[in-house]
Write a protein that binds this ligand. Structure first.
Ligand code: NDP
Ligand code: 8X3
Length: 253
């Protein structure tokens, strides 16, 4: 029986890249996201290309009741999840605390922290009877440092850092591994989402430097997940060569 990975936020960026590398390595995939057309397209492509099977779960991870129902409906044989990649997340806005949009704050906290927790509660309970499993949480450099106007997004990723440590402690007795992957700048749809569709402003984030791409992060996640059973990589901070800290970048290149 092939292994199973459940990936949240599989319709774009890092989540989609993870779906590819896990499919390439023979995993069957439970793919979670909100955009149905993209989800179906990616799932069908991976099934055809790698001869794997998928389950598409159309869900907003912020909506607890719907999420519980959607996950409950997954067939029993699919609940033997080997790897959970808690990737779905976003930033909204880049404003000082006194000017921040409180709806944006709710969206970030509800998705990056509460949604991640809801998914983890369900899937860790599927892993516990198997006495095995690996949870990979996508944190950020924003969970290691705080930068100007990053306030609430940074707070959510600091929470992911704390929760990764907490999960590692609480799930130790169940032989479940927990890894935090903390990327610096990765060119995905992240900045377009942060700036609410302003593609020009999003592009400027990466102007004059070579950012990471989603495949770089998926590659690291695959490395982490493919270590022997007795080895766990607790966390990884992965930056573009042109980025030293959250805000110090070399745009000369
Ligand atoms: P993308 O915007 O490209 O992808 C985000 C994914 O999350 C999409 O598939 C989106 O799918 C999904 N998603 C967002 N909100 C929800 C929700 N409420 N319910 C379900 N799915 C949701 O960004 P990235 O790939 O860059 O981001 C992935 C993760 O990496 C995030 O947690 C982000 O914070 C983190 N990260 C990104 C960095 C970067 O520079 N890009 C750096 C450090 C960390 P859909 O809209 O279909 O639901
Ligand atoms: C995304 C990276 O630097 O925009 O988590 O916060 S950053």
């Amino acid at each position: 029986m092939s292994k199973i990975a459940l990936i949240t936020g599989a319709t774009s960026g890092i989540g989609e890249a993870c779906a590819h590398i896990f499919a390439q390595n023979g995993y069957n995939l439970i793919l979670v996201a909100r955009r149905a057309d993209r989800l179906a397209k990616i799932a069908h492509h991976l099934e055809a290309k790698y001869a794997i099977t998928t389950q598409q779960v159309l869900a907003d991870i912020r909506e607890k009741e719907n999420l519980n129902k959607a996950f409950e409906a997954i067939p029993a044989e699919w609940k033997k999840v080997d790897v959970l990649i808690n990737n779905a997340g976003l930033s909204q806005g880049l404003d000082p605390i006194d000017k921040g949009n409180t709806d944006d704050w709710d969206t970030m906290i509800d998705t990056n922290v509460k949604g991640l927790l809801y998914v983890t509660k369900i899937v860790s309970n599927w892993m516990i009877p198997n006495k095995s499993g690996h949870i990979v949480n996508i944190g950020s450099i924003a969970g290691q440092e705080v930068y100007p106007n990053g306030n609430v997004y940074c707070a959510t990723k600091h929470a992911v850092d704390a929760l990764s440590k907490a999960m590692r402690i609480d799930l130790l007795q169940h032989d479940i591994k927990v890894t935090a992957i903390n990327p610096g700048m990765v060119e995905t749809e992240f900045s377009v989402v942060r700036f609410k569709g302003d593609a020009e402003r999003a592009k400027n984030v990466y102007a004059g430097l070579e950012p990471l791409i989603a495949d770089d992060i998926a590659d690291a996640i695959w490395y982490v997940v493919s270590r022997p059973k007795h080895v766990n990589i607790n966390d990884m901070l992965i930056m573009p060569t042109a980025q030293a800290t959250a805000t110090l970048v070399n745009r000369a290149g």
